[in-house]
Design a protein around this ligand. Structure first.
Ligand code: CUA
Length: 373
């Protein structure tokens, strides 16, 4: 067996599908190939590291100067050795050539998605992910549901700065760029839940820009997406506040806390009180009170919440920088209602620490969204 063949097959710390010492678990069709290139390069490193160390230590003993000796240069000492120099030039050249070829081959495969791939539109924004399924008219946030054993193509863009979508278990990563579409594809071959990261430093809460990839067998996938497509229409008015918390709040969570702590945006705790009483102060010194009431910009307080979701730059709350993107077009009318009702009834949905209460009591809750008043 040639040395190259030996290096390629020798997988120290081999990654099984359960993961290994160097690699996380693998769950896509391209993962074995990506891993084999990694182990190939890694094993070359092990080999040459060991070789250099052995020669270094051997030379240190073989040629070390005794205390009585002085450094001298023999006139007939060799100045060069052509076969040796050719060896240490040609061998690395061949190795990097092989590495380039393996890398290029894998790169092209990762960039050419199969024609029949299932498409998902991805939007990255500070600091969350939105996944749209055009086939079902469904928008997911912080969770991406995909079918098992079927190629999936992500068409990605950013609504603000550079992000990068990275799913370690699938061994795929690509930049998400404002004003441009990038794509990547994968075929998950193991059902389960996998981490999705933002892998490009994009600001304060970059480390919170996470999502879960949920790989489901084809029939379960169809059922789940079908259910998601109908969920906010089927839902009873009375269940809208809880729906807002469990299904929509994850898109607000990186900036708006539920426990009163200040984030990139104001906490949702006490927000309804501040809104109802008009005590919120804006950066221009104006009070919400001044804009509320009959004839004012916000006839009913609910409209201020709705407007803050759709036109977040219109009124910036004092002590905040106004970095919220608009959710116009991203939320259905009924989903905006759900968020407004969630904020109105937050006291019933979460406890003092902002932890969601199981089976919250919404008996007698105010589920008016202010529409038609
Ligand atoms: Cu988005 Cu880091």
């Amino acid at each position: 067996m040639s040395m190259l063949g030996l290096l390629a097959t020798m997988k120290l710390g081999e990654a099984t599908s359960g993961g290994g010492f160097w690699m996380p678990e693998s769950a896509s069709t391209v993962a074995p190939e990506v891993d084999s290139v990694f182990y190939f390069i890694n094993n070359i490193n092990y080999f040459f590291f060991a070789l250099c160390m052995v020669i270094l230590i051997w030379f240190a003993f073989r040629y070390h100067a005794k205390p009585s000796e002085h450094a001298t240069f023999a006139a007939d000492a060799p100045t060069h050795n052509t076969p040796l120099e050719l060896t240490w030039t040609v061998v690395p050249l061949l190795l990097v050539g092989v590495i380039f070829w393996l890398g290029m081959d894998g790169y092209l495969e990762l960039n050419e998605s199969p024609e029949d791939a299932y498409e998902v539109q991805v939007t990255g924004q500070k600091w969350s992910w939105t996944f749209q399924h055009p086939e079902f008219g469904v928008t997911e946030a912080a969770e991406l549901t995909v079918p098992l054993n079927k190629p999936v193509r992500l068409i990605m863009t950013s609504s603000d700065v550079l992000h990068s979508l990275f799913i370690p278990a699938f061994r795929v990563k690509n930049d998400v760029v404002p004003g441009r579409y990038t794509s990547l594809w994968f075929e998950a071959n193991k059902p389960g839940q996998y981490r999705l990261y933002c892998a490009e430093y994009c600001g304060k809460d970059h480390s919170k820009m996470l999502a879960v990839v949920n790989v489901l067998p084809e029939d379960e996938f169809q059922t789940r997406l079908g259910k998601l497509a109908r969920e906010y229409e089927d839902i009873d008015d009375r269940d809208l506040p809880a729906y807002g918390l469990t299904r929509l709040y994850n898109r607000c969570a990186s900036c708006h806390s539920l426990d009163g702590s200040s984030g990139t945006g104001p906490s949702f705790k006490g927000l309804w009180d501040r809104t109802r009483k008009g005590t919120t102060v804006f950066t221009n010194g104006q009070d919400l009170k001044d804009l509320a009431g009959p004839g004012g910009e916000f006839e009913v307080p609910e409209n201020y919440l709705r407007d803050s979701i759709l036109n977040p730059q219109r009124h910036i709350v004092q002590n905040y920088t106004g970095s919220m993107p608009t959710f116009k077009g991203q939320l259905k009318e009924r989903q905006i209602d759900a968020l407004v009702l969630m904020i109105k009834n937050l006291d019933r949905l979460v406890d003092e620490q902002g932890v969601p209460i199981e089976n919250p009591d919404l008996e007698g809750a105010d589920i008016s969204t202010g529409a038609g008043q």
